[in-house]
Ligand binder design. Structure first.
Ligand SMILES: C[S@@+](CC[C@H](N)C(=O)[O-])C[C@H]1O[C@@H](n2cnc3c(N)ncnc32)[C@H](O)[C@@H]1O
Length: 505
């Protein structure tokens, strides 16, 4: 087949919801209300319709499907799965540059990854292959895609998710995005009863939130004007509002918030070493003020952050820190932590995990993170039924090897014997409200003798065999014995039958 016979237009598919790159950008708050979006290589235009329905000023161009549309600048430009479909490397780069030229704030570039191609048959052509439907597909490694974007545009892209990168026009916006990716943990705040505070609680809420997020009072202009005015009207001044908040809260809380915010900033600054660390003048005002308030100078913060980065590259330090972590479940080779508890990990381990996210971005659906202590490797695990099932099974895993700079995906959803979890409470924060329920079940499982052979229960089949050997079943988060186990079994198989019948309708 000559390249002229490649059916590029056929790569465009119909979409019933926003495409993953645009949904990711929306989740990352890059599509501010009212922003303009241009979809470069928009295919049949389904994303345009969804964006317009959401109230965005959206337009797009596609050489096959909307060839006469004008290519125009926009706040956000999307180049969604276009580069895979172009067989000439030079034209691929032209498309990337063409899209970048139109982006006023951010370009979202996405491409299919080599792991998508595992079961795809095709004939090799150039650096890709021709599929059975006659389309060309060039599949990328995550690191290869990042390097190609940077080489072509001369700007460092930031991984949003596997196969999705953001390229920011304004370095301050890029840094704001990176700083926002650090996991955040705040202790619960206790407010003492106070009549005046109660009267103005709602008006003071934005001030309390700002203090709690930044560990410092806002400067003039950092609160939205309406909110600032409401506080001034109620209290006379922002300073009086601050005084009242201090009066009804505990000093120890604010010391804790300061320590947390300092750690977040250090983690962000450590990770900003990948690529080029920004100059202080390239940071947005709020971020720069946080750093100056909590560290005195940017240089001092950078020195402390570099020490953190060096520690994170030391396997012995990772091992010792992981072993003494109060958060997460320990196994001989790793520390496992639920996503919601990551912000409570020691900073060295957060930087370790952050290094993997520099490469992959956010792995969709990953709710359990495995930090290996025997090799530089982080895995993002997807347990879709973590909350619902007492012993949820693994559906998919993305493993990042920090030495080889590779990201690999493995699907367990079709496996008849996937890994499964026990003792779910151990993955969670000590303050997590789910812990009590999970702990009760674990105690009952111990008493029933279900953990006597830990080597047998790590996968679904071994666990099911252990349950039937002991003569119990699990219903919800409760253990059922003997006759009640049999009853529950019958009841739950009845439920499954009823569900299957309902599904078939
Ligand atoms: C896989 S589709 C993706 C369509 C859409 N962005 C989406 O995500 O649904 C690839 C699209 O790239 C378009 N395309 C091919 N060559 C292009 C080029 N040089 N510049 C822009 N788009 C191109 C094709 O016409 C096709 O519609």
């Amino acid at each position: 087949m000559t390249t002229a016979a490649v059916a590029r237009h056929r790569t465009a598919m119909s979409r019933s919801s926003l495409s993953r790159p645009l949904a990711t950008a929306a989740a990352d708050q890059l599509l501010a209300p009212g922003s303009s979006v241009f979809d470069y290589g928009c295919g049949r235009g389904d994303d345009l319709r969804h964006l317009q329905a959401l109230g965005y000023a959206a337009d797009g161009w596609d050489p096959a499907h909307r060839p006469h549309a004008e290519r125009q600048p926009a706040d956000v430009v999307n180049l969604g799965y276009v580069v895979n479909a172009i067989e000439h490397p030079g034209e691929r780069e032209q498309a990337l540059r063409g899209a970048w030229d139109l982006a006023r704030q951010v370009l979202v570039v996405s491409a299919r990854l080599t792991w998508d191609a595992r079961n795809l048959a095709g004939r090799p052509l150039g650096d890709g292959l021709i599929t059975r439907t006659g389309t060309f597909q060039k599949f990328y490694e995550q690191a290869e895609l990042a390097a190609w974007i940077e080489q072509s545009l001369g700007v460092q892209p930031h991984a949003a998710a596997p196969g999705i990168f953001y390229v920011f026009r304004d370095p301050a916006l890029a840094q704001q995005f990176l700083a926002s990716r650090v996991y955040r943990y705040r202790p619960r705040i206790k407010i003492d009863p106070h009549d005046l505070y109660e009267t103005h609680r709602d008006r003071l809420a934005p001030l309390l939130d700002f203090l709690n997020e930044h560990a410092r009072p806002p400067r003039s202009g950092e609160l939205p004007p309406g909110q600032q005015q409401a506080i001034q009207e109620a209290m006379g001044s922002i300073g009086r509002g601050l005084q009242l908040i201090r009066q009804v809260t505990d000093q120890a809380h604010w010391e804790n918030v300061t320590a947390q915010r300092r750690a977040e900033l250090l983690i962000y600054i450590a990770l900003s070493r990948f690529g080029r660390r920004p100059r202080f003048s390239q940071l947005g005002t709020t971020l720069a003020t946080d750093i100056r308030t909590l560290f005195g100078t940017y240089q001092s913060a950078c020195e402390q952050a570099d020490r953190l980065l060096v520690a994170c590259g030391d396997p012995a330090m990772i091992m010792v820190t992981a072993r003494s972590s109060k958060i997460g479940k320990q196994t001989p080779s790793a520390l496992y932590v639920h996503r919601t508890a990551l912000g409570e990990l020691p900073p060295v381990l957060q930087v370790y995990e952050g290094c993997a996210r520099v490469l992959t971005g956010t792995v969709e659906g990953a709710n359990m993170i495995k930090l290996s202590v025997t090799q530089p490797q982080i895995s993002y695990l997807h347990y879709p039924r973590f909350d619902r099932d007492a012993h949820p099974t693994l559906a998919a895993a993305v493993t990042v090897n920090l030495r080889k700079l590779t990201a690999d995906w493995r699907d367990y959803s079709q496996s008849d014997n996937p890994p499964l979890l026990h003792r779910k409470e151990e993955f969670l924060s000590s303050h997590d409200p789910r812990r009590a329920l999970y702990e009760r079940l674990t105690r009952a499982e111990y008493r029933a003798g279900l953990y006597e052979h830990p080597e047998r229960i790590g996968t679904l089949k071994g666990w099911q065999e252990t349950l039937s050997a002991v003569g119990v079943t699990i219903s919800g988060h409760r253990i059922m014995r003997g006759a009640s186990a049999t009853k529950a079994k019958v009841a739950s198989s009845g439920q499954v039958g009823a569900r299957a019948a309902a599904d078939a309708r």
